[in-house]
Design a protein around this ligand. Structure first.
Ligand SMILES: [Zn+2]
Ligand SMILES: [Zn+2]
Length: 280
């Protein structure tokens, strides 16, 4: 096993909320010495099928242009940096989204897929949705986080392929609570169910460094990563969730030190159904 720098969760300007061109993101990653660099543009059919207002006023990721340009650049970087052209799929309970994701997979064959929950039916947590009840009152944290974890659990049973479970505890990023953390001990039943399912289905648990000022180093937090290890989970990936160059690989070393202290010995890179191990 070789020690290689990896960042498997990043976006470019093809995504509605990406802020730098694919060329600029790749050049930065290469300059930083990244060995495996994954681009995972947003595909938000959860928003489309539910008629939820889009993430921003910008148009959705143009699949044709993204995959075409991505594949060209993947070739250009061959031998210098392994570029993976993937996607981040937003989960919803509305089943028609799964058919749309399957069609996207059949048409473009992404190298790998991150499965993520961003939306409750009310909209993206990033815009404050899910935390407030119909009368404008703040909902109970336990109830909101359990609702989110229910969505995450169901997202693991989709019919389309996916490789990585993205940023577990995403709902904490934008939560209005004084204590925003999601601790394993407070949600142990739901979290254990999710972690055991990730292991049983041979998926990869993402360690995401975009904490958005939640006082944790990663999503999910260390206690949840410890529990995953304890349950036998070994497949993890690192993702910065960078939407602009300066966040690429952010906090990677700190996170890797913690993962090593827990006992993890390798990171897993998914590529077209294959799982590649690299030393942590
Ligand atoms: Zn995401
Ligand atoms: Zn993302």
């Amino acid at each position: 096993m070789k020690k290689i720098l990896t960042d498997l969760h990043t976006h470019t300007a093809f995504s509605p909320d990406g802020r730098a061109s694919i060329e600029e993101m790749l050049a930065t990653a290469h300059a930083l010495g990244v060995g495996y660099y994954g681009i995972t543009e947003h595909f938000d059919f959860d928003i489309v099928v539910n008629g939820i207002p889009p993430y921003s006023e910008n148009p959705p990721t143009p699949a044709d242009t993204y995959f075409q340009r991505g594949r060209q650049l993947q070739k250009e970087y061959e031998g210098r940096m392994q570029v993976l052209i993937g996607g981040e799929f937003g989960y919803t309970d509305t089943p028609t989204a799964q058919t749309m994701y399957q069609r996207l997979v059949d048409a473009y064959h992404p190298d790998y897929i991150i499965q993520s929950v961003h939306n409750v039916l009310r909209g993206d947590y990033a815009f404050g949705n899910g935390y407030v009840d119909g009368k404008g009152g703040l909902r109970d944290k336990q109830e909101v986080y359990e609702e989110y974890l229910g969505l995450v659990r169901r997202s693991l049973d989709v019919s389309h392929p996916y490789d990585i479970l993205g940023h577990v505890s995403y709902c904490t990023r934008y939560a209005p609570y004084e204590d925003r953390r999601m601790r394993w001990q407070d949600f142990s039943g739901s979290l254990d169910d999710i972690l055991r399912t990730v292991i049983a289905k041979d998926k990869i648990l993402e360690v995401n460094s975009a904490n958005k000022n939640v006082p944790v180093l990663s999503l999910p937090d260390t206690d949840i990563l410890e529990r995953y290890f304890e349950l036998g989970g070994r497949k993890i990936s690192f993702g910065s969730d960078a939407h602009f160059p300066s966040r690429i690989m952010e906090n990677r070393q700190k996170i890797v030190d913690i993962l090593r202290a827990i006992g993890y010995e390798y990171l897993t890179i998914p590529c077209r159904g294959e799982h590649i191990k690299v030393e942590i």
